[in-house]
Write a new protein. Sequence first.
Length: 621
Amino acid sequence: MHDCADFPPRVLTGWIPANAEERLLREPGVESIFRTEIPLEVLNFADAPEKAGLNFFDSFLARERYGVAPKNISEEETNSRPILDDARPHPEPDWPAIRKNLEKMPSLSPLSEQCNSDDMMGTVAVTLFFVESDGTRDPNTYSWSTAAYQQTVNRAAQGLNWWVGQASNYGRALTFMIINYPPTDSRCQTGYEPIIHASWEAGYGGCTSCGLCSHGVEIRNCEYCNHQSVNCMMKNNSWTLCAYTPGHVGWLSTPLAKYYRHSIADSSGNNNGMADPGETVSMSVVIKNYGTAISSVAATLSTADSAIVVQSSYAQFSNLNTGETGTSLTPYSFHVADWALKGRIASFDLHITAAGYETTSTFQIGIGFPTVLLVDDDSGASYEIFYQDALSAVGIPARVWNRKAAGTPPFSEMRWYKAVIWFTSYDVSFTLDGNDERAQEQYLNNGGSLLLSSQDYLAERFEYFAANCLHVSAVEFDTWSFLEGGIDGDPISDGLSLSMSYPFPNYSDDITPDSKSAPVFINSRGHPGALRFPATGTAPYKLVFLAFPFEAISNGTYPNNRTEVMKRIMSWLLQAQDFQPPALSVLSPDGGEVGASVVSRKFVVYVFAPGHDTFIGASRP
């Protein structure tokens, strides 16, 4: 089981394989396993903290209840905005009392300094106190609603599960035991109204010092001493980790080197920067060290692919400290067979060695021009892996374009691809700028197929591009859906019921398709969360727009997972259509004037300019 959340004493949520269910039910103490909504008789039997855990399961994982608010919570309460300004300074622990209690435990006598671990591993207890005023000293102005209480438990569990996923990337096992005391608990009652007595609002004021931190790892991503610091959970709560935070939580006791990226040079071939059939190419490989420092680094390249012959397989690298990347000091080289099909995915093993350390890292390379351009527009985070994994699983080769590093991909680049996937993840400012919109519009107007996944774009720029190219006629911002249900007969979503598990804050929107497009998914509020264009027939281009992040789709059992959703979307986008543009008939300009000619209901106005014998602009209805 992984991604576990424990709500003691009797509730545990997590993911288990179907073939393990029968064995688990034979274990002492395991009463029931639920994969759909929790029966009322079970909910009624649970105490408040257990009920919060069960409702968390219902809210996030139940497949049969999209469009229905969680039990005991009205739809209006469920859709309330997140709690803001809820952070407060914690009181200093009473260390003498803590030590006195620990000394009473025989297993901890004599008491050592290791009673509480500084490592985020194993089982970690998290306690939530929902303090509630009773009106005996201050007016009872603010009270916890059922929805706000449950929403806070849900968001805490969601955030803790994010840490569980991060821990697995570093080979660490992590489970959180969530203990919560609801506002009705006598231990949470106070005569004061806590909010009005807060002396200051806690929040992120910026890092102001550098140097060594926990576990002897430096704070080298602090913006105070590093003006090129990157996003990190410890910097504005960004949903990613820098190279140093894993060391601060005790995950870097050993080296951890992995393949990071590669670049290909094919100057002896067609010089397009790709490995094509019949070419011999050289390849530089970059590895990254996520763990403790390594020296005497080298790596050997190999492949079991019959179409690839590795000719230069060994290279050395520089020494790598924590978080550092290094490029092979000499390039690797390999030959691609003439008979290899374009679009083939070749898998390579990189056996990395260092002083006292060795590991093997696997990566893939597309042979020939890939089918899809994947525009990584997540401001330097690593959410592209969700898309790469899904595309790889369905056998579709893709090239990644890093929007932060390389800027907006120009039409001259995008035009070579059968489809473009563009995602913005948790970028909440300048999700798409004017250059991005114009590049996408030009690609679409030249017959392109686009999948755009952006949960916050419409909140930022609901303008021409959204209305005329994405075909959104109306939007309700930040509605935070956690379930997306399929529509009967839809070529993409028919029969699907998707649970959502956000790797970053949820700001999904409700959208209304215009008359030319069709809804694809209906969310937990009963509103469209995605659309496709055209709704029927053929059109100048094809589009799927998700107003929720694709990466939030839980990888549940077939068919309700990211792989199947990607397969269906790409199948629809790449399906050939017989669209024929309307014929042009120039009725006026004679070269000395600017004029317009209404020629069809699809292309309304063609604009001409002096000296031009072809149209230079078009306006669509």
